[in-house]
Ligand binder design. Structure first.
Ligand code: ZN
Length: 558
């Protein structure tokens, strides 16, 4: 079976080369996509360079060189892809976005989001692949365990409030939200989502796709969703004050609200919210849970071997484990022996040593104590410390646990999580912003009144496991590149997305409860979208399409 898949991949590679040699463009495009699907890629990059066109796939979050073809084929390749995705073939001077669908032989529907960008050497094409029919993994299978799992389940049992996931683009935030919604997805609950794009269609959910070009945004969508008698609302991202206000309002009127937000840690999310101008009392009365997460690659089981970390790493590991909350379940022997692993590299993993991915999680439950700290303007550093003391597991600790369980390597952990040895510098939770005008809020009372509506079940029951069918063909090693453009392990260029319209100024909503802040801050049209803006009301949305969890078949042994 494995051997068969291996051969198939080899065949695909041969077909790709044959199509290039024959100059058969339709075949080239077809095989390029089909081979990418076989390798579980999330993106195909077709990049014109001075004297060649380079094709790379992103697999498990990392780019891998696949093949090159001569520039004289490129215009026909781009035209072919543009026709497939309804783009203008005669327009080569400006970026374009389009989409198309392909169906694999085994009947899986794949959504291809195509983006072109003029570069000095010609048009670059990126195709983002989404498996629309992929199953939603169980929350445990994503890598959530121990105290984090306990907190998450607790927050899901609350009838109202806000649950946020946070992390960089492609860190699996949306998948986590889907997995959480799946737990709540019952016949007697109305779940509405406002997404961009709708990544996976889930039975039982009312999923809506925003259209910023006609002013159907996250903010306006969320407002409309409230008129649809929902119990639970998921909004793709909170990136401006208006969406945040509406989420708060939805929470105060008895709804459970899920969303994502761009920050680096659970605690830092509090700073981000404060910087949006939300007064601490509203944050404290609505926020239930913050999930910060990263994806790390899983060690390839075929070539896994023991690995001795250096002294510096080892001391960081020991330090992090020393501060691990005693309640966090972890085998004492693992903690004592401190044995770590890495992948040597083999045919099965394309010599990378990795196959599939698992999440690292830092989940902060907004307990009464944390609420108080938010209300009394404690620093984010203090809040983070308090949360760790109560049982929160940091990203670093979560990574070390996954490494001790043999799921990932320490190298991967420290690629995405900072060491606790590094001093944390956080802003104070905003004194100025709390000075915003606060109309006497109908906060707590309103909450109590409205909790009637939704009675989420006391204990969060588990859905039957959607068994994720595994489709991980063995990976063909990238062929030796003719040019010396080897290392595929470099940071990916940002994928250009449709620029997001600046959101319109928040419309006055006289009848709505929390009209917390005075005005939208003036928007700076010059703002560089690449900067991680702390308080920019609009950001370029690069989170739209999240990379699929590619390997969730092999749950961590927890
Ligand atoms: Zn391997």
């Amino acid at each position: 079976m494995e051997q068969q898949k291996q051969n198939q991949n080899t065949d695909k590679f041969k077909q790709l080369q044959e199509a290039i040699i024959a100059g058969n463009v339709p075949q080239l495009v077809l095989v390029m996509i089909s081979y990418a699907l076989d390798l579980r890629s999330s993106d195909i990059h077709i990049e014109p360079e001075k004297s060649t066109i380079r094709v790379r796939y992103r697999v498990d979050g990392v780019l891998r060189q696949i093949v090159e073809y001569p520039p004289n084929l490129h215009p026909a390749v781009v035209s072919r892809i543009k026709i497939m995705s309804n783009l203008k073939i005669d327009e080569q001077r400006i970026p374009q976005d389009g989409r198309t669908e392909v169906t694999t032989k085994d009947g899986r529907e794949m959504d291809l989001r195509v983006s072109t960008l003029p570069t000095v050497n010609g048009e670059k094409v990126v195709m983002r692949i989404q498996d629309k029919t992929r199953k939603i993994p169980k929350i445990e299978d994503l890598g959530v365990r121990g105290n984090s799992l306990k907190y998450l389940k607790k927050a899901l049992s609350f009838p109202n409030g806000i649950i946020l996931t946070t992390g960089p683009t492609g860190s699996g935030k949306t998948t986590t939200l889907y997995a959480a919604l799946q737990i709540l997805n019952k016949i007697d609950v109305n779940i509405l989502t406002i997404e961009d794009p709708v990544e996976i269609q889930i039975n039982g959910l009312n999923q809506s796709q925003v259209h910023p070009d006609i002013n159907y945004t996250f903010a306006s969508g969320l407002r409309s969703a409230l008129r649809q008698d929902p119990d639970i609302i998921m909004v793709g991202e909170i990136r401006d004050r208006e969406t945040m206000d509406t989420a708060i309002e939805a929470s105060l009127t008895g709804h459970l609200v899920f969303s994502t937000i761009h920050t680096n840690s659970a605690a830092e999310t509090l700073t981000r919210i404060a910087n949006m101008g939300v007064p601490p009392f509203l944050t404290a009365s609505t926020l239930n849970l913050i999930i910060s997460q990263r994806l790390v690659r899983k060690i390839c089981p075929e070539c896994k071997q023991e690995f001795k970390p250096n002294k510096v790493t080892m001391s960081a590991v020991k330090n992090a484990l020393k501060n691990l909350h005693p309640d966090e379940p972890l085998d004492e022997k693992l903690k004592k022996d401190l044995i770590f692993y890495s992948g040597k590299g083999c045919d099965a993993c394309g010599e990378t040593g990795y196959k599939g991915r698992v999440g690292l999680f830092e989940i902060m439950l907004i307990t009464d104590n944390i609420k108080n700290m938010i209300l009394t303007d404690k620093t984010v550093t203090d809040i983070e410390k308090a949360a760790l003391k109560e049982g929160m597991v940091s990203l670093e600790q979560s990574g070390i646990i996954q490494a001790l369980l043999g799921n990932t390597s320490l190298e991967e952990v420290y690629r995405v999580a900072k060491s606790s040895d590094i001093a944390l510098t956080f802003d104070k939770i905003s004194a100025e912003s709390s000075a915003a005008k606060i109309p006497q809020a109908k906060s707590s009372k309103k909450v109590e009144e409205s909790t009637e509506d939704v009675k989420a079940e006391e204990s969060v029951s588990q859905e039957p496991t959607p068994q994720t069918q595994e489709s991980t063909p063995d990976i063909q090693t990238a062929p030796p590149a003719p040019a010396e453009s080897a290392t595929p392990v470099e940071p990916a260029p940002q994928i250009p997305e449709t620029p997001v319209e600046p959101s319109p100024p928040a419309e006055p909503a006289p009848q709505q409860p929390p009209q917390a802040a005075p005005e939208q801050p003036p928007q700076d049209p010059q703002q560089d979208p690449q900067q991680p803006p702390q308080e920019s009301p609009q950001q370029i949305d690069v989170e739209n399409a999240m990379k699929p969890f590619t390997d969730i078949d092999n749950p961590s042994k927890t």
